[in-house]
Structures are given as structure tokens and as C-alpha cells.
Design a protein around this ligand. Structure first.
Ligand SMILES: N[C@@H](CCC(=O)N[C@@H](CS)C(=O)NCC(=O)O)C(=O)O
Length: 210
């Protein structure tokens, strides 16, 4: 059975939970507390030398890291991964956008604001993250003005990748009031069958300790 190493507060982990939920796949869940440095312990580094969740153990015992790579792996052969060449490239376009222009601003601002106290460097860098996050949201708003989902082929991995941190962007200090197209898209994504809320309890086959 698939095994997901993850922290429930992680949007990157949420992407994988969202897709597994839509695919109706059972999996073991191993909570790894990033706030306690659990991903940097030797036992976890032996599984992912990059020291980050999410991490998926496959049925053959190998491990796959990087949330968007995990999405592509799980989605291949399903309706969530476009059948046409351009559709696949468009999905990757938005997933690279998510990792370069969206997540480093919105997820990091959310994490810092979640800390009991920000250090001086974090407090100084926050306005820059705010600006970059709003720029990313602006790009999404424009793209969604004329379409329901990010890729012409319809709802899929690009939407899941972007949904994860956008739907909790307010926790990072990003008010979505000025992004009506993004808000309507968030509702459309959440209305898709098999949606799992980020606050949902861990799956049935939950296990403990990494
Ligand atoms: N590019 C990676 C980023 C993963 C990542 O940043 N994971 C964070 C939690 S959201 C983490 O494990 N942080 C713990 C650490 O860096 O020690 C992905 O998309 O999976």
C-alpha cells in the first residue's frame, strides 16, 4: 500500500491528499512534524536526503519526493493528467509556476505568520513575499477570466497543485477579496467529487511516527 509521509499543516502535502482522495486510493499516513525538525532526523533523511515532506513510498518500496512529481506519478492514466501533449505541457507550465512564483511567496508567508514569533529577517522580508504573492494571484486571476480550470483539458493536477496554498492564502495574510475569478475557481475545485478538506482527519490506515 502507498505510504505518505506528511505534515497536516503542509499545503504541499495537501496536494497529494487531495489527489489521493479524488482517486479513492487507500494509503498509510505517517505524520512528520516539520515544526519539530522531524524531516531533518537521520531516519527521515535516509528516505529523502532533501529533508522535506511530502514523501510517497510506492508499492515497490521506493520513495518519491516533490509534491508535483508525486501528483504526476499518481495522475498518469487518469482523467487528472491530460491525454494530449499540449495539455500535459500546460499542466507542467502551471505546476512550475506554482513552485517558482506562487508557493515560495504564499506558502512561506503563511508559515512565517504561523510561527509563534518571526525573526528580524523574516519580518523584513515579509513585504517582498506579500508583493510576490499578490503578483502570482494576479496572474491566476487574469488566466481564470476566460476559463473554468487552468488547463484547456479541464480539472486536473495543475488545479490541485495551485489550490493547495491558494485556498489557505488568507492564513498567509493574502486577502482574496480582490480576486473574484480565483475565488470562483476555488469553489469549483472544492465542488469536484472526492474533495478532501485540509482539516479532514488522517486517513483510515493512519500510522504513527516516521
Ligand atoms: N518543492 C517541495 C517543497 C517541500 C517542502 O518545502 N516541504 C516542507 C513542508 S511544506 C518541509 O518539509 N519542510 C521541512 C524542512 O525543510 O525541514 C515540494 O513541492 O514537495
Amino acid at each position: 500500500m502507498l505510504r505518505l509521509y506528511d505534515d497536516p499543516i503542509s499545503g504541499n502535502g495537501d496536494k497529494v491528499r487531495l489527489l489521493l482522495g479524488r482517486l479513492g486510493r487507500d494509503y498509510e499516513y505517517v505524520p512528520v512534524d516539520v515544526t519539530k525538525g522531524a524531516t531533518r532526523r537521520p531516519s527521515f533523511l535516509a528516505l529523502n536526503p532533501n529533508g522535506r515532506i511530502p514523501l510517497l513510498r510506492l508499492d515497490d518500496g521506493s520513495h518519491l519526493a516533490e509534491s508535483n512529481a508525486i501528483l504526476v506519478y499518481l495522475a498518469e492514466g487518469t482523467r487528472f493528467w491530460p491525454a494530449d501533449r499540449l495539455g500535459r505541457a500546460q499542466a507542467l507550465q502551471w505546476m512550475f509556476f506554482e513552485q517558482y512564483s506562487h508557493e515560495p511567496a504564499i506558502a512561506v508567508a503563511r508559515y512565517w505568520r504561523h510561527l509563534p514569533e518571526m525573526d528580524e529577517t523574516q519580518a523584513r522580508r515579509l513585504p517582498e513575499l506579500d508583493a510576490r504573492g499578490h503578483a502570482a494571484l494576479g496572474v491566476m486571476e487574469g488566466h481564470l477570466a476566460s476559463r473554468d480550470f487552468f488547463v484547456d483539458a479541464g480539472f486536473g493536477v495543475a488545479d490541485i497543485a495551485l489550490y493547495a496554498y491558494t485556498h489557505v492564502a488568507d492564513e498567509g495574510g493574502f486577502d482574496l477579496a480582490g480576486y473574484p475569478n480565483v475565488r470562483a475557481w476555488l469553489d469549483r475545485v472544492a465542488a469536484q467529487p472526492g474533495h478532501v478538506a485540509m482539516t479532514a482527519p488522517a486517513p483510515r490506515h493512519a500510522t504513527v511516527a516516521a
